[in-house]
Structure formats: structure tokens, C-alpha cells
Design a binder for this molecule. Structure first.
Ligand code: GLA
Length: 377
């Protein structure tokens, strides 16, 4: 957390005068390492300078939040964990319940909530919401990995999405100016310097993610099936040689899912090494291979995401491009020369609109710090 992350003025104004507590939790863009987290593998996300904010005051025994972005007040009873089970409120309830299960001390909190993140747009607005809520009600700080596990459990157990730990840990442990190489088995986080000459340009395809929940859970089950047949605890423990030896015993679809995960883990380590060595020219081919693998082996891309990546490859200043996050819609992540970032994003979106009739959106971001307290102006 950079000293003095400033609460946006609309949030401060809504929180009213007087003493208050404020917290910020960022969204993330994953540079590379998709669908590897729940296979105990490696990921390389950055926390973004787009975040979810909560601002309010201690309250007695409840968590009460008004959203500035969506209708309704959400109230969760801290003693019983009773709270709403639908819309954004279910994430709030889920976090309180998971924190209670973990046996950590909570305090009441009443205030407002707002986000700079596109909601449900593939930049982990849910993980940012979970982390912001957790920070608001925690009586004392927890280490990032522990907090991330609790928020992941909230989503797995109480929301019903079998997500991995990447989004929550990226939001909890982000480091300004760095990407995070995360080992999703040990939860070790290694900050890797992000080149100051590049920006992270996120482009939204403006395609609603369809059937993403069931497709996500299905992919995860296919990976578990592959691991069992290969005789490993998780696909993290497999390499291509092992996979080829067992190819005959694997359903062809399951084989391709496993091939994506095995090759993607290797690409993450190569990309982190390239970043560490300042060899940014190596990132383009790695991102391209990762995108192809997500499209062909994991079948998690869409024609619109493929087009955004193809257009990016033909745009001056773009060093690397691929879809980011779960897929099935959402956003691409582009590494772009700083001086070209705005313009390159605009050019890609203009050609995208001409080809599809869809109006995408662009965010020019830099890697930011993880969840923590924020200050008023
Ligand atoms: C979603 C999940 C993550 C991860 C990605 C795919 O963002 O929340 O845990 O599995 O998809 O890499």
C-alpha cells in the first residue's frame, strides 16, 4: 500500500464529515498463467490502480454498507452471519461468514462502498469487493496470504464459484511497480519489477461473459480428472513428457485441458524470468502462445477476444497481448510502450468497433499496491 492512497472524492463526500476509517482493495490483470491457480501452479498478475473503496465508521455488531454504484443497503449481522444471499450482498455475507469460520476477531462497520472497476468485467471486481469488506470488519490485520485464502473460501463455499486463489492474493499482496509471481501451492509471492517503460492497457471486449460459472467449474473438474489419471496430486506436478505417456488413457478434451495447464505453467516461469532480465521482447511470443492455448486447448476465448488480440499485434507500440482472467468474454491485457498507451488503446478499439459494431473500453494502468488503509484528502 503506498502511503496515502487517497479516497476518491465521491466516496469521501458520501461518507460525510467527521472521523472515519477507509480501505482500498485493487482489481487485478493477470499478465500470464490462466487457469493454473486451481492446479496448484504459477500465475503472474499485477494489482491495478483501479480499486474498490469502503469508507465509514465503527458500528455495533453489524456490517452495513451502501453502494454508490448499485442499489440497496446491505446489512450483515456479525454474531450470526445472517445477511443477504443475492446480488452484490451475497459476496459481503460470504466474506463475513468465512471470517467467522476462520475464528478471527471482527468489529462492526457502517459506511459506503464504491468501485472504479467495471463490475463483472474480468478485472476481479468480486475479489476487490471481498478484500475491501474483509479489511473493513477485521479487528486486526492478517497476513495477505491468510486473508486471500479466507476470501477465496468465501467465494468457494458461500457463493458457489470454485475459483482459485489468484485474484484474492493479487488484490491482497499487490506491489506498486511490480508484477507478482505467485506459487499457488505454497502461496509464496515474489514481486517481479515491471518495466517502467511499459503500461498495462486493459481492453474490454464489451461481451457479457456467458455460462462462465458452469464452464469454469467444468474446466476445473476436467483438470482434476486429468491429474487423477496422471497419478499426480495436481497438474502442477505434471510435465509434457508425463502427459504424453498417458495420452491414450485421457479423453481427448481432457488431454487438451491438461496440455494447456502444463504448458501455461512453463510460460509463466519464462515470462517472469524475461521480466527479471529486462528481456521484454520475449513477452510478445509468450503472450501469443498463452492466448492460442487458452483459445484452442482450453476453449475459453471468444471471437471478440481473438480479434482484440489480433488487432493489438498489428498496432504500433504493443509489446504483448492476450486475453486475461477466466475468459468466455471480458478483457484483454496489453503491454504497451508508455508513450503509445492511450493512442494504441484507442486505435485498437476503433478498429474493433468497425469490425464488430461493439464499443469496447480501455484503461491505461500501472501495477499498484495491494489492499490496505486509505486516507482522506
Ligand atoms: C478467475 C478466477 C481465478 C483464476 C482465473 C483464471 O479469475 O477467479 O481464480 O482461476 O479465473 O486464470
Amino acid at each position: 500500500m503506498s502511503p496515502g492512497a487517497m479516497v476518491p472524492s465521491r466516496v469521501a463526500a458520501a461518507a460525510g464529515p467527521g472521523a472515519w476509517l477507509a480501505f482500498r482493495a485493487p482489481g487485478r490483470a493477470n499478465l500470464i498463467g490462466e487457469h493454473t491457480d486451481y492446479n496448484d501452479g504459477f500465475v503472474l498478475p499485477v494489482a491495478l490502480d483501479l480499486a474498490t473503496w469502503v469508507c465509514g465508521r465503527p458500528a455495533d455488531g453489524v456490517l452495513r454498507l451502501d453502494s454508490l454504484d448499485r442499489p440497496g443497503t446491505v446489512e450483515v449481522d456479525l454474531a450470526s452471519g445472517a445477511g443477504p444471499d443475492e446480488s452484490w450482498g451475497r459476496y459481503v455475507t460470504a466474506v463475513v461468514r468465512a471470517l467467522r469460520d476462520a475464528g478471527v476477531a471482527l468489529r462492526g462497520f457502517a459506511g459506503v462502498l464504491a468501485s472504479d472497476l467495471p463490475l463483472g468485467g474480468g478485472l476481479s471486481s468480486s475479489a476487490a469487493l471481498e478484500l475491501a469488506v474483509a479489511r473493513a470488519v477485521l479487528a486486526e490485520e492478517l497476513p495477505p496470504a491468510e486473508l486471500a485464502r479466507i476470501c477465496q473460501r468465501a467465494e468457494n463455499h458461500y457463493v458457489g464459484m470454485r475459483v482459485g486463489v489468484m485474484d484474492q492474493l493479487a488484490s491482497a499482496a499487490g506491489r506498486s511497480g511490480h508484477a507478482l509471481l505467485i506459487d499457488c501451492r505454497s502461496l509464496a509471492v515474489r514481486p517481479v519489477p515491471f518495466p517502467s517503460a511499459l503500461r498495462v492497457v486493459v481492453l474490454d471486449s464489451a461481451v457479457q461473459r456467458e455460462l462462465s460459472d458452469s464452464a469454469y467449474n467444468q474446466r476445473r473438474a476436467q483438470c482434476e480428472q486429468a491429474a487423477e489419471i496422471l497419478g499426480v496430486a495436481a497438474l502442477r506436478d505434471a510435465d509434457q513428457a508425463l502427459l504424453e505417456r498417458h495420452r491414450e488413457r485421457l479423453d481427448p478434451v481432457v488431454y487438451r485441458r491438461a496440455r494447456h495447464v502444463v504448458t501455461e505453467n512453463a510460460r509463466v516461469l519464462e515470462a517472469a524470468a524475461a521480466l527479471e532480465a529486462g528481456a521484454t521482447a520475449e513477452l510478445g511470443p509468450l503472450f501469443a502462445a498463452a492466448h492460442r492455448s487458452m483459445a484452442e486447448d482450453y476453449e475459453a476465448s471468444t471471437p471478440e477476444l481473438d480479434l482484440l488480440v489480433e488487432l493489438a499485434a498489428a498496432t504500433r507500440g504493443v509489446a504483448a497481448a492476450r486475453l486475461t482472467g477466466a475468459g468466455f468474454g471480458g478483457c484483454t491485457v496489453n503491454l504497451v510502450e508508455a508513450a503509445r498507451a492511450e493512442q494504441a488503446g484507442a486505435e485498437i478499439l476503433e478498429r474493433y468497433r468497425a469490425a464488430t459494431g461493439r464499443q469496447g473500453r480501455a484503461w491505461v494502468c500501472s501495477p499498484a499496491d495491494g489492499a490496505g488503509p486509505a486516507e482522506r484528502r
